[in-house]
Design a protein around this ligand. Structure first.
Ligand SMILES: *Cc1c(COP(=O)(O)O)cnc(C)c1O
Length: 427
């Protein structure tokens, strides 16, 4: 098939109907699939043939949408998960086990921080958090003999740190491990981590990809570039026979391009579930069809709101990577030349109390534990998403107690700015 631009792929990739078939992706609302012979079905259980048998593992609707996301990211294979949390957990747990170690940027989503620092720790998987702005030496020093993966967010939620993906990819590859990048905020429309050396990309599709606050979901995309067999001692799950599938070796049978996603589906979906419902996948695809149209508008509104806030005398500081005053401006010019996303964070003068008063007076922007929605919403992370963190951990994650995160939607920027202006006047 001809290689189209990402704009066309947002609309058309993943599903090409045949003559007389439905124009829109069908929702395969079925838990199970029918076969003529036990032998036919047996081949699926042996991973000898491709096909579907039970929707806890795989569903055709999901796979069509996952194929689109894989295409957008420039990967070789993809899968959907029930949430972004499941995507990050599956992506890491697919190549980690008790006794493994993970190097992670400290500037990450609160849910992922808890997943790593609390839940995966209980499973015997250790993590070292590194400052994303650390030197090469500091980054290299975080690796251990049992390190199996490096993790970071392309644009961190909520700190809006821009990850130097090339730096993290280089360090990961020098230590013979892959880099996983959570690319939720910029989406592939604004940044494609695989082009900068990332090996696996994850998403909370709940955010911009869905874009309408309609369905929770996640996705994992494999670049197909990491050579598992070259590091077989580190990845026995991919490089030695899986007894639960009659002794197949994923990296041999499915190659670099397919091993990671096949194992993740065949083992983790089988044993842990966490599949996205086909209904949600259908809704997600509706969002993807306009992702390339919506992202520039989110960026336009974010930039306008950030510039307005920066000039306002009741505002302590504004954090938006594409403002020239921003610490990440140079990295932003490199990685997100067309802008990143519509999320802006800032601090109202007067700390937590002023922040609360500001938020209470907003009329268009609603208080929500959500970002990346068509409707503008805002949140104070210290009292919501990040409330499990102590002050020291908050500081490490780049969050102050009075920080407000505003996610600029698709409304008219003049109306958004007017709303913010009147709420600031009430402070
Ligand atoms: C929201 C979010 C997640 C978690 O996704 P859910 O779909 O809520 O499970 C993970 N990473 C980032 C960057 C997020 O913004």
């Amino acid at each position: 098939m001809k290689d189209y631009t990402i704009n066309t792929n947002c609309v058309q990739a993943g599903y090409t109907p045949g003559n007389g078939e439905p124009r829109q992706i069908p929702i395969y609302q079925s838990t199970t699939f029918k076969y003529d012979t036990s032998e036919d079905m047996g081949k699926l259980f042996d991973l000898e043939a491709e096909g579907y048998f039970y929707s806890r593992l795989q569903n055709p609707t999901n796979d069509l949408v996952a194929a689109k996301i894989a295409k957008l990211e420039g990967g070789t294979a993809g899968m959907l998960t029930s949430s972004g949390q499941a995507a990050n957990f599956f992506a890491m747990f697919n190549i980690c086990e008790a006794g493994s170690h993970i190097v992670s940027s400290s500037s990450i989503y609160g849910g992922t921080f808890n997943l790593l620092a609390v839940t995966m720790k209980k499973m015997g998987i250790d993590v070292t958090f590194v400052d994303p702005d650390c030197t090469d030496e500091e980054l290299n020093a975080a690796f251990k003999e049992n390190t199996r993966v490096v993790f970071g967010e392309s644009i961190a939620n909520p700190a809006l740190t821009v990850l130097d993906i090339e730096k993290f990819a280089k360090a990961a590859h020098e230590h013979g491990v892959p880099l996983i990048v959570d690319n939720t905020f910029p989406t592939p429309v604004n940044l494609r981590p695989i082009e900068w050396g990332a090996d696996i990309v994850t998403h909370s599709t709940t955010k911009y990809m869905d874009g309408h606050g309609a369905a929770v979901g996640g996705a994992i995309v494999d670049s197909g570039k990491f050579d598992w067999m070259a590091h077989a001692d580190k990845y026995p799950g991919l490089c030695t026979p899986d007894e639960s599938y009659h002794g197949i070796t994923y990296a041999e049978k499915f190659g670099k391009e397919g091993a990671f996603i096949t194992k993740c589906t065949a083992q983790l979906m089988r044993d842990l579930g966490c599949i996205q419902s086909p209904q949600s996948a259908f809704i997600l695809n509706l969002g993807l069809e306009s992702l390339h149209v919506r992202m520039p508008r989110h960026v336009e509104n974010g930039q306008a709101v950030a510039e307005f806030l920066e000039k306002h005398d009741k505002v302590e500081y504004v954090n938006y990577p594409t403002l020239p005053s921003n610490k990440y401006y140079e990295l932003a010019k490199k990685y997100i030349p067309n802008g990143g996303c519509g999320v802006v964070s800032f601090e109202v003068k007067g700390g937590r109390a002023a922040a609360e008063r500001f938020m209470k007076n907003l009329k268009l922007a609603a208080i929500e534990t959500h970002v990346a929605d068509a409707r503008t919403c805002c949140l104070n992370p210290a009292t919501s998403t990040h409330r499990q963190m102590n002050d020291e951990q908050l500081k490490e994650a780049g969050i102050s107690a009075g920080l407000i995160r505003i996610s600029c939607g698709l409304e008219d920027k003049a109306d958004l700015i007017a709303d913010i202006e009147q709420a600031l006047a009430a402070v």
